[in-house]
Ligand binder design. Structure first.
Ligand code: NAD
Length: 355
């Protein structure tokens, strides 16, 4: 990659990182000069939400705990009116991409600042990308209004993330960095973050599988997720993300697990067109091949490697290949419908990625 000419789009979130950093949440509200927080979460984050609300006492004016996958538009309206009626002056998103996504959608209308406390490795907290689903269609867009102002990365809040979800969520993060390495607008800084992020996740996921409450491992994984999320927030994504949006959006497959299954195959598809990126991914994985290394990372840590394990039906593969080729994202290798169909067949069957 050229180091002589590039654009680096630095994103402005303040990051507070480390075990116990959640105890600084009151200080972080004062830093933003806000004092009335609405906490946004999913329903199964009760204990964590209670602890955050308890810490903030009167500065937490309410909790909206019904965040759901894909950010349904009616929930955005409802949560937005709760924020307005409570005169909240900030949102604290506690959870994964779904909770953070809901907070972003509220902020899009209200411009309320967001403090994010990520509990998965999705990376949404680092991006200005939002998505809202209405009538079965997910509208996505980009706005600096939805980018969290502060992100508190406390590995303690990730210890409860089930091991299986930790692995798929971690590989979901790796996908951002892997595609970031061959993005058209990649630059030396995002590529540094990408390689370091992949390496941190690749070395930490086996430690988490061995012991879910391994705090140094959790910390390393969250560090990797931050870097990978920062890449997603700075540069464009390609075929892999398009395939996963297709499979998630049109066939309702689970987000992180779908990324995990598809990634090795997307890398194999792009291998010859993006040799420098592949070299860096492989180096970060400590493997001779990016695609094979990712496949082994998933399989070796008990993650699904086949779309048929996720509820995909073989009859849907033709339609998925067609949808993936409509409004295609830029990709280092042109999208060839038959080759994409064959990629999906391999992913469906759980085969090792094509060489
Ligand atoms: P998620 O937020 O839906 O969480 C998955 C499940 O894990 C949920 O049931 C949740 O309650 C549970 N969970 C989360 N953290 C936990 C913890 N620490 N302990 C126990 N359970 C926990 O899933 P996700 O993978 O984090 O996010 C996926 C969503 O985020 C998708 O809708 C995706 O489109 C979106 N996303 C958006 C961006 C962006 O930049 N806008 C980036 C990545 C993902």
């Amino acid at each position: 990659m050229s180091t002589s000419e590039f654009v680096y789009n630095g994103r402005g979130a303040r990051v507070v990182f480390g075990s116990g950093s959640l105890t600084h949440i009151g200080r972080e509200m004062r830093e933003l000069d806000v004092g009335r927080a609405l906490i946004i979460s999913g329903q199964d984050q009760g204990a964590l939400v209670t602890s955050v609300a308890g810490q903030l006492s009167a500065s937490a004016v309410g909790v909206f705990d019904r965040a759901a996958m894909h950010v349904p538009a009616d929930l955005v309206v409802e949560a937005g009116s709760v924020a307005a009626s409570l005169e909240a002056d900030c949102l604290i998103a506690v959870g994964g991409g779904s909770a953070i996504g809901l907070a972003k959608a509220i902020a899009l209308e209200s411009s309320l600042p967001i403090i994010a406390v990520p509990t998965t490795y999705s990376g949404s907290e680092m991006t200005p990308i939002f998505g809202i689903t209405e009538g079965g269609l997910k509208r996505t867009g980009t706005s600096s209004r939805v980018l969290p102002k502060t992100v508190i990365y406390d590995p303690n809040v990730t210890v409860t993330l089930p091991v299986a979800l930790s692995v798929t969520s971690g590989i979901n993060a790796i996908a951002h960095a892997a595609e970031g390495l061959y993005a058209r607008d990649a630059n030396p800084l995002t590529s540094l973050m990408a390689e370091e992020g992949i390496a941190a996740l690749a070395r930490s996921l086996p430690r988490i599988v061995a012991r879910a409450d391994n705090l140094p491992g959790r910390s390393d994984a969250l560090y990797g997720a931050w870097l990978c999320g920062a890449v997603l927030g700075s540069v464009g994504m390609a075929l892999h993300h398009k395939l996963c949006h297709t499979l998630g959006g049109s066939f309702n497959l689970p987000h992180a697990a779908t990324h995990t299954v598809v990634l090795p195959h997307a890398m194999a598809y792009n291998a010859e067109a993006a040799p420098e990126a592949m070299k860096r991914i492989a180096r970060a994985l400590g493997h001779h091949s990016a695609a094979q290394g990712l496949y082994e990372l998933a399989r070796g840590n008990g993650a699904p490697v086949a779309l048929n394990e996720l509820g995909m039906v073989e009859d849907q593969l033709d339609q998925a290949a067609d949808i993936a080729c409509i409004n295609a994202y830029w990709n280092p290798r042109p999208l060839e419908r038959d080759a994409i169909r064959s990629l999906l067949q391999d992913a469906f069957e759980g085969k090792a990625p094509a060489r």
